[in-house]
Ligand binder design. Structure first.
Ligand SMILES: Cc1ncc(COP(=O)(O)O)c(C=O)c1O
Length: 415
């Protein structure tokens, strides 16, 4: 296929052209079938073309395809926000606003915390990812390729090590780095917020240390700093619960949502404490397409499908299949390239290493190609691009998931 009219700065992992999909399977324009362990990078927790979501979009398309909520409210937005507020597992009354993407949600959250605190500094984490817009770029805890060649970025933003059993950074190390930050770099009184992913996505599916999260929550309360949880990739059942922050035993002040919120239709959201969402002047939040009626209809159908029972069943089943398979590979010594299994629930990463036990992106590069040729689509993650991230739809039929793991096993064995 001819890509001549498409910017070469957009990189694509797989040189194929997709035609259609159904749950966890996709077909390319030559009719070749693939098992999809990418899921649109975490968008398709309910799979491709979920019948309930398709029906909701079709129905809405015959009624009202678009209206800007800033011009006149419409029922899908209002109904969805009521449903979403009830879906967020926090003790306080929830309010929110809709966006077109995850990065736009992060941008709006930055505006809100500045408005609420009168401060502008942000503390983010090494390896974190929050988007590709100018302000979110600076939040990312990784330079290449995101921050290269774009000049000075909006700040001030500071980064701390991300403590996780998956990367060997301890809670103590992160707390010490925090002490240093506030004694050497910036006055704590100038910090508006901390922003973190409860499980890092792009960073390699690393689960945040729960004791650090609790210490951070206390620190924020003591210093009037707001805590933002970015659940754009970890949310909507990926870890077996509605959101990954529940596992940490904390309540964030703001939560960023995106990806699987819309069941495949572009949508994002900032939700959180009601008073915070009202802090900016009227007209300070919004956007032409944000909360488009068809996106809201799709998102409403998505939430209706995501009962707690479903999320738990799907998460547990997929987690069990991944963990059992990984343990069998380790026991058999399938390949010396097999490193750690990272993450929690169904949000799992498989690390690939070289003979010295160091990150081996070269292995992952060849694995992506051999798996695709054998009919499995995979996606890399991690600072060194050496961790396979498993993001198959949670609704993947067990036999299709096992078939995907069989392909992965064959390709790993050849490394
Ligand atoms: C944790 C996290 N935050 C934010 C984003 C940005 O979302 P979007 O690509 O919809 O702007 C992503 C995208 O991968 C993400 O994984």
């Amino acid at each position: 296929m001819n890509h001549e009219n498409i910017s070469r700065s957009i990189s694509t992992v797989h040189p194929i052209c997709l035609s259609h999909g159904r749950n966890a399977e996709v077909w390319d324009s030559d009719g070749k079938r693939y098992i999809d362990f990418v899921g649109g990078i975490g968008v398709l927790n309910l799979g491709h073309c979920h019948p309930r979501i398709v029906a909701a979009i079709q129905e809405q398309a015959t009624r009202l395809t678009h209206y800007a909520f800033n011009a006149a409210p419409h029922a899908p937005y209002i109904e969805f926000m009521q449903r979403l507020a009830a879906f967020i597992p926090v003790s306080y009354p929830v309010s929110g606003m809709l966006t077109n993407s995850g990065a736009e949600a992060a941008e709006n959250a930055l505006k809100i915390v500045r408005g609420a605190t009168g401060r502008s500094a942000v503390v983010a984490f090494d390896g974190g990812f929050h988007g590709r817009t100018l302000a979110t770029l600076n939040l990312n805890g990784k330079v290449a390729p995101y921050k290269q060649k774009v000049g000075v970025l909006p700040g001030p933003v500071y980064h701390l090590p991300y403590p996780s059993a998956d990367n060997g950074v301890s809670c103590d190390e992160a707390l010490k780095a925090m002490q240093r930050l506030f004694s050497v770099e910036i006055d704590v009184e100038e910090v508006a917020c901390f922003i973190l992913e409860p499980v890092q996505g792009e960073g390699g599916f690393l689960a945040l240390d729960a004791s650090f999260a609790r210490a951070l929550r206390q620190f924020c309360d003591a210093h009037g700093i707001l805590l933002i949880a970015d659940e754009i990739q970890s949310g909507f059942g990926r870890t077996g619960q509605r959101f990954a922050f529940s596992r940490l035993g904390i309540e964030p002040d703001l939560i960023l949502l995106g990806k699987s919120i819309g069941g495949g239709v572009p949508l994002g959201a900032v939700v959180g404490r009601q008073a915070l969402l009202d802090v900016l002047p009227k007209g300070g939040l919004g956007g032409t397409y944000s909360g488009n009626p068809m996106a809201c209809a799709a998102a409403l159908a998505t939430l209706e499908e995501m009962t707690d029972e479903h999320l738990q069943q799907w998460g547990e089943l997929q987690e069990r299949m991944i963990v059992e398979r990984y343990q069998a590979w380790k026991e058999r010594g399938l390949t010396a390239a097999l490193g750690r299994l990272t993450g929690v629930g169904a949000m799992r990463g498989i690390e690939l290493v070289n003979a010295q036990g160091e990150p081996a992106p070269e292995h992952l590069g060849s694995l992506l190609n051999s798996a695709r040729e054998a009919g499995l689509l995979l996606m890399p993650s991690g600072k060194s691009r050496h961790i396979i991230r498993l993001l198959a739809p949670l609704t993947t039929e067990p036999e299709v998931f096992e078939e995907g793991l069989d392909i992965l096993q064959e390709c790993l064995a050849r490394l």
